[in-house]
Design a binder for this molecule. Structure first.
Ligand SMILES: [Zn+2]
Length: 302
């Protein structure tokens, strides 16, 4: 190929079979080898994260959603049609990572619907761990559409408008997210028809999922706190509960523990919160002015 350019007296730097701007240019065979190494590295990464999940669940979750997942999503933006290779990544997520996230060493079945739901954005009831085989096409189409005005200008050698280009880039991103939301909304609508219990939980989770988006330096949860909260979002009892609830000796179900008339967790947290506020108020106004019960003096103490 370089000889062709030289024959035409064109000064063009020609390279082949190598990585270029995060993607790959060259023969299909060598590209496949390069891809296979990447996929192997990502699958190893997923297994490693699953192995250490029991001690640092929130860090592991943040690692996959904010970092590792971004690596294959970037590649989806610049290389089309490697869905088959990504199936290995999806298999590792589904069979290894998600069970570690929800159940540790206890077994759990992640069926197709649940897996699909977990891939939703947080405000649509998911946890942002997308199935890469499902998103590859729309990510690539968005990246192809974003620079379309720029490419047209190059081909026609016409004047380039930065404003028109920026507007096209924004429009491509908005269209992609709008399509995502429409698809997720349709899935939730279907779910509401045949699993109303889970749907009710998801409706609550949609409005209280900020903890999943919080940066580690703003909110740190222990592995158990993270897992219990995650399980409750999806209508699953926390693991390792006692058989009976100690306030009333009935079977320990989370819903009962929250509302038990003999000593609910809601009341216990209310009392703990009250003591906290009393301590703050005493520091601000002085001990004699703050108490949790009115002082009634009677008899000779009056
Ligand atoms: Zn009870």
């Amino acid at each position: 190929m370089p000889a062709v350019f030289e024959a035409e007296s064109l000064s063009i730097q020609f390279t082949c079979d190598q990585r270029y701007v995060g993607g790959f240019i060259g023969s299909i065979t060598i590209k496949q080898k390069w891809l296979s190494l990447l996929i192997e590295k990502w699958v190893d990464g997923i297994h490693t994260l699953a192995q250490v999940a029991s001690c640092c669940l929130q860090t592991v979750y943040t690692g996959i959603t904010m970092s590792l997942q971004a690596e294959w999503q970037y590649l989806c933006h610049v290389i089309p049609g490697f869905t088959k290779d990504l199936a290995l990544v999806e298999a590792a997520i589904c069979s290894n990572f998600l069970p570690a996230l929800f159940s540790g060493s206890t077994s759990i079945t992640i069926d197709n619907d649940f897996n699909h739901l977990l891939g939703h954005s947080v405000k649509m009831g998911g946890i942002r761990i997308h199935d890469p085989t499902q998103v590859i096409n729309c990510l690539f189409e968005a990246s192809k559409s974003a620079p379309s005005i720029f490419v047209e200008n190059l081909v026609a050698n016409s004047d380039f408008s930065v404003e028109a280009h920026s507007s096209q880039v924004c429009q491509s991103a908005v269209t992609m997210w709008h399509n995502h939301e429409t698809e997720e909304g349709a899935f939730l609508k279907d779910l509401s028809l045949y699993n109303s219990g889970l749907w009710n939980h998801i409706n609550t989770a949609k409005e209280s999922g900020a903890w999943l988006m919080a940066m580690l330096q703003c909110l740190q949860l222990s592995a158990k706190e993270f897992q219990d909260t995650l399980r409750l979002c999806y209508s699953k009892q926390p693991l390792n509960l006692d058989d009976t609830y100690d306030s009333c000796c009935q079977q320990f179900l989370f819903e009962h523990a929250m509302l038990c008339k003999k000593g609910s967790l809601v009341m216990q947290w209310h009392k703990a919160g009250k003591q906290e506020w009393i301590a703050f108020a005493k520091l601000a106004y002085g001990k004699s002015l703050v108490g949790d019960k009115p002082k009634n003096f009677f008899g000779c103490n009056m």
